[in-house]
Design a protein around this ligand. Structure first.
Ligand code: NDP
Length: 459
C-alpha cells in the first residue's frame, strides 16, 4: 500500500516538531504535520518561554532592593509598563514561531496549519475535509489546563490567558500550589499585582522535597504573596467588573482576575480515537510502551498527551528517540528516571533531581547532607533569604540518590549537578571535586558530615 507520507505528526509543539524534523531532515522520511494553533506549542507560545521572560521582568524590584543593600541608596525599579513588555514579548514569540516553522520546512516537513483527527490506523482527516494517509502517525497534541469543577469557574482564567491580558489586574487570585501557581504568583507579585495564592495543602509544591516545599512557601510570603494554605475556592461569582471567590472556610474575597493553575489534562478530546481503538489511561492519557508505541502498531504518541514526565525536554527526547527508532534504524528508549527540573521562583529557585528525602527514607537507609545558609550575596544586602543544598546518599553504595537546591539560579546549578547524578556519581565523587570559591554551589562538594541519618522505611 502506498501512503501520502511515511509519518504524519499531529501537533506542532516541542515533541512533534522534533520528531518531524529528525524523521525528515536526518532520516529522509516524507513527513506531514498538522498544527491547529501556533507552531511551537505550549512551551514556546504559552508556557516555559514567555513565563521565563516574565520571571526576568518581575525580578526588578528584588534587584533594586538588593542594590540598595550594596550602597545604591536611591535604586528603585521604577514603573513597570505592561504594554511595552507585552509588545516585546509577542514580537519574540512571533520570531520563535517563525523559526519553528522554517526549521521544520527546511528539514522537508510539510505543515498543515489546521486541526487533524484520526480517521483510522493510517489516516488523518484535516479540518478542511482532506484526508492524508501515513505509514506511521505520531500523536503529540500535549495537554490543556484544567479547572476543578466549582460553580462559576468560567469566570476564572487559565495560564494561557496571562500572556494575552490587555492590562495587568490590580489584585489577582492564583488557585493551586503546583509549578504554575507558584511561578505565576511570583511573577504577578514582582510586577506589582496584589497577589493572593490559595492552595488546599499545607505547603506548596506537593511531590517535592518537604524541606524545600517549606522554604518555597516561606519565600512566597516573604516577597509579599498572600499565601493562604489549607484553603481552596468553592464558588466564583461576578461582582460588577470583578470576581468574588467564596472559599471552603466560608471566607470571601474579591479580585480583578482569578487564575486556575490546577493541573493540565491530556488533550485527547475530539481526536478521533474511537476510529482507531486506542485506549486511554484513567487520567485520559494515551497509553504507550517504552518505545512510545500505542497498542495500534502504526500509531505512536509522545509528550504530555502520554502523561509520563510532563516537561518539554522529555517530550523532545521522546520525539527524537521515536524518529531515530522508527526511521533511523537506531533504536533508542528514553529513560524517565532521573529527570531534573526547576521551579522558577524569586529570589530563590528550586532545582531538583532524584528522590526527595521522604522518598529516600521510604526506600531504605539514607544519609542526608544538608546545608541551609544565608548566601554571601543576599546576606551582605541585608536579606534574610536562605539557600539550601541537599544531597541524599545511600550509605551502602555511597550513591547520590537525590539533590535539592533552593537558591538563586538553582535551575542552572541543578542542570550541572544532574550530569554526575545521572551518571551514577557517589558522594566520594562529589567530595573529590575541587570547590569553586566563592560560590553558593561549592556547598555541594564541601559537605563532609551528614546532617542526619535515617534508618529507612520512614524511620
Ligand atoms: P501541578 O500538577 O503541578 O499542580 C496542580 C495544583 O493544583 C496542585 O497544587 C494541586 O493540588 C492543585 N489542584 C488540583 N486539583 C485541585 C482541586 N480539585 N482543588 C484544589 N486544588 C487542586 O500542575 P500545574 O498546573 O502547576 O502545572 C502543570 C504541569 O506543567 C506540571 O505538572 C509541570 O509538568 C508543567 N510545568 C513545568 C514547569 C517547570 O518545569 N518549571 C513550569 C510550569 C508547568 P495538590 O498538590 O494538593 O494535588
Amino acid at each position: 500500500m502506498s501512503f501520502d507520507y511515511d509519518l504524519f505528526v499531529i501537533g506542532g509543539g516541542s515533541g512533534g516538531v522534533r520528531a518531524a524534523r529528525i524523521a525528515a531532515g536526518e532520516h529522509g522520511a516524507r513527513v506531514g504535520l498538522a498544527e491547529e494553533s501556533r507552531m511551537g506549542g505550549t512551551c514556546v507560545i504559552r508556557g516555559c518561554v514567555p513565563k521565563k521572560l516574565m520571571v526576568y521582568a518581575s525580578n526588578a524590584p528584588l534587584m533594586a532592593e538588593e542594590m540598595r543593600g550594596y550602597g545604591w541608596g536611591e535604586a528603585t525599579s521604577g514603573a513597570f509598563d505592561w504594554q511595552i513588555f507585552r509588545r516585546k514579548l509577542h514580537a519574540e514569540l512571533d520570531r520563535l514561531e517563525r523559526a519553528y516553522t522554517t526549521n521544520a520546512e527546511k528539514a522537508g516537513v510539510e505543515i498543515h496549519h489546521q486541526r487533524a483527527r484520526l480517521a483510522d490506523h493510517h489516516t488523518v482527516e484535516l479540518a478542511d475535509g482532506t484526508r492524508k494517509t501515513a505509514k506511521h502517525i505520531l500523536i503529540a497534541v500535549g495537554g490543556r489546563p484544567s479547572k476543578i469543577g466549582i460553580p462559576g469557574e468560567e469566570l476564572g482564567l487559565i495560564s494561557d490567558d496571562l500572556f494575552l491580558l490587555e492590562q495587568l489586574p490590580r489584585r489577582a487570585l492564583l488557585i493551586g500550589g503546583g509549578f504554575i501557581a507558584c511561578e505565576f504568583a511570583t511573577i504577578l507579585n514582582g510586577l506589582g499585582v496584589e497577589t493572593v495564592q490559595a492552595y488546599r495543602g499545607d505547603a506548596v509544591l506537593r511531590g517535592f522535597d518537604r524541606e524545600a516545599r517549606e522554604m518555597a512557601s516561606e519565600q512566597l510570603r516573604q516577597i509579599g504573596v498572600d499565601l493562604r494554605l489549607g484553603r481552596s475556592p468553592k464558588r466564583l461569582e461576578k461582582a460588577g467588573e470583578r470576581v468574588r471567590a467564596q472559599f471552603d472556610d466560608d471566607s470571601e474575597d474579591t479580585f480583578d482576575a482569578v487564575f486556575f493553575a490546577t493541573g493540565r489534562d491530556p488533550y485527547t478530546r475530539d481526536l478521533g480515537l474511537e476510529n482507531t481503538g486506542l485506549r486511554l489511561k484513567e487520567n485520559g492519557a494515551i497509553e504507550v510502551d517504552a518505545w512510545s508505541q500505542t497498542p495500534v502498531p502504526s500509531i505512536f504518541a509522545v509528550g504530555d498527551v502520554t502523561d509520563r514526565v510532563n516537561l518539554t525536554p522529555v517530550a523532545i527526547r521522546e520525539g527524537h528517540s521515536f524518529a531515530d527508532t522508527v526511521f533511523g534504524a537506531r533504536p533508542r528508549k528514553v529513560s524517565h528516571d532521573p529527570v531534573a527540573s526547576a521551579v522558577y521562583l524569586r529570589p530563590c529557585e528550586l532545582g531538583t533531581i532524584g528522590l526527595t528525602e521522604e522518598q529516600a527514607m521510604a526506600r531504605g537507609p539514607v544519609d542526608v547532607y544538608s546545608a541551609v545558609f544565608r548566601p554571601m550575596r543576599s546576606m551582605f544586602a541585608g536579606s534574610e533569604s536562605r539557600t539550601m543544598m541537599k544531597l541524599l546518599v545511600d550509605p551502602e553504595t555511597d550513591r547520590v540518590l537525590g539533590c535539592h537546591i533552593f537558591g538563586p539560579e538553582a535551575g542552572e546549578m541543578i542542570q550541572l549537578a544532574a550530569i554526575p547524578i545521572t551518571m551514577g556519581a557517589t558522594k566520594a565523587d562529589f567530595d573529590a571535586t575541587m570547590a569553586v570559591h566563592p560560590t553558593a554551589a561549592e556547598e555541594l562538594v564541601t559537605m563532609r558530615q551528614p546532617s542526619r541519618r535515617h534508618a529507612g522505611a520512614g524511620n
